[in-house]
Design a protein around this ligand. Structure first.
Ligand code: NDP
Ligand code: MG
Length: 382
């Protein structure tokens, strides 16, 4: 039996993680969860999975939750300390980090420190402080298992091979909601249009990131850290069907890929069951004759500027990826609340990157300061 702390239980990945857990009650058990403020869904989860510890966003949500239902065997905590307490919950064997944003960093580091394996969906954590996270992972000898579908695909395609034989990682990108529009056609697009992703149903922030291709940019940086691969050996190809989840090329030009119908429950379950492969019901079997033709297309870096901003930030390194991530989180938040135009997300991120004086090898404090300062920079301009 594997005991799980699930951070971000009410979200898209959180919900699908619970669906996987429900399919294997003899294998997985939820010991602690966190959510932000979705009390209605939170109560359903608590009643169904009976976690011993629940962390919520703040004291207000905690009080509302305690008023809304009687909890007998469940303790409720709040704020960042609460999130950390859930992450290090002694009975949990593994942390599934599915919160959105760089708030996931400290809980991840705390869980690694207590020797827990991590199933990481929360890519912002690796983008903002990849060097610190990976150093801790290596120091503590824990497993960092990818949940992001592209990284799970690479992980699956690289297993059993020697790292020095790999010549290139190739991430596939769906192209998001506006794949076939020109830059000019992006002026004035609505939040609703941006949230209408062709292949995946995901949280709001990552769906917007998919439309700008910043999501792929964040994933390039994530791949750099997870697989210790230099940026010049990480490529992106547009693949609109999202069936080939990513590929690994070897020195002999042989390419190994992982395929499947797009469903996050696959990579979530593999991160939980690794190295075993368990049955997974309700995921549609891939029949290639039904898929028919698969398409691949080179990315136009001028059209998808966010991707080139991310490559650049990753390559320069230091505190720049932190700024890229924080600026993007803040700008996407403003877009979702209707305060800025879609194209302004990119221009604000670019301005934040240009205005930042890079700190080489930043420690945790410097990262937190760069994150705060960047959010202030963006908020002042909106
Ligand atoms: P959602 O927005 O659907 O869910 C986010 C979760 O985090 C919710 O449970 C939310 O709680 C919680 N949360 C948000 N802010 C806070 C906070 N300040 N304190 C505590 N909890 C908070 O996001 P997704 O599930 O789509 O994405 C989660 C992560 O996984 C992201 O990093 C994303 O990039 C990554 N990912 C997602 C994929 C997907 O298919 N969705 C695919 C690959 C990666 P509440 O709603 O209750 O406020
Ligand atoms: Mg992905």
């Amino acid at each position: 039996m594997k005991n799980i702390t699930l951070l971000g239980a009410t979200g898209s990945i959180g919900t699908q993680t619970l669906e996987v857990v429900e399919q294997h009650p003899d294998r997985f058990n939820i010991t602690a969860i966190s959510f932000g403020q979705n009390i209605g869904r939170g109560i359903e989860i608590i009643k169904r999975f009976r976690p011993k510890l629940v962390a919520v966003k703040n004291n207000q949500v905690k009080n509302d939750l305690l008023h809304a239902c009687t909890l007998e065997d469940t303790r409720v905590v709040s704020g960042l300390e609460g999130l950390i307490e859930a992450a290090v919950y002694p009975e949990s064997d593994i942390l599934v980090n599915a919160v959105m944003g760089s708030i996931g960093l400290k809980p991840t580091l705390a869980a690694i420190n207590t020797g827990k394996d991590i199933a990481i969906a929360n890519k912002e954590t690796l983008v903002t402080a990849g060097h610190i996270v990976m150093n801790k992972v290596n120091e503590k000898g824990v497993r960092l298992l990818p949940v992001d579908s592209e990284h799970s695909a690479i992980f699956q395609s690289i297993e059993g091979h020697r790292k020095q034989d790999v010549s290139r990682l190739i991430l596939t990108a769906s192209g998001g909601s506006f794949r076939d529009r020109s830059r000019e056609e992006l002026t004035g697009v609505t939040v609703e249009e941006a949230l209408n992703h062709p292949n995946w149903s995901m949280g709001a922030k990552i769906t917007v990131d998919s439309a700008t291709l910043m999501n792929k940019g964040l994933e390039v940086i994530e791949a750099h850290w997870l697989f210790d691969m230099p940026y010049e050996k990480i490529d992106v190809v547009i693949h609109k069907e999202s069936i080939v989840h990513s590929l690994v090329e070897y020195h002999d030009k042989s390419v190994i890929a992982q395929l499947g119908n797009p469903d996050m429950k696959g990579p979530i379950q593999y991160a939980l069951s690794y190295p075993e492969r368990l049955e997974l019901e309700d995921v549609k079997r891939l029949n290639l004759w039904e898929a028919g033709t698969l398409h691949f297309q080179k990315v136009d870096m001028n059209r998808f500027k966010s991707l080139s901003l991310a490559y650049n930030a990753g390559q320069i390194g230091g505190s720049l990826p932190t700024v890229l991530n924080a600026a993007n989180e803040a700008a996407v938040g403003h877009f979702l609340e209707g305060r800025i135009d879609f194209l302004e997300i990119e221009s604000l991120v670019e301005a934040a990157l240009e205005g930042h004086k890079v700190i080489k090898d930043p420690d945790l404090e410097a990262i937190e300061e760069a994150d705060r300062e960047t959010r202030r920079f963006i908020n002042d301009r909106v």
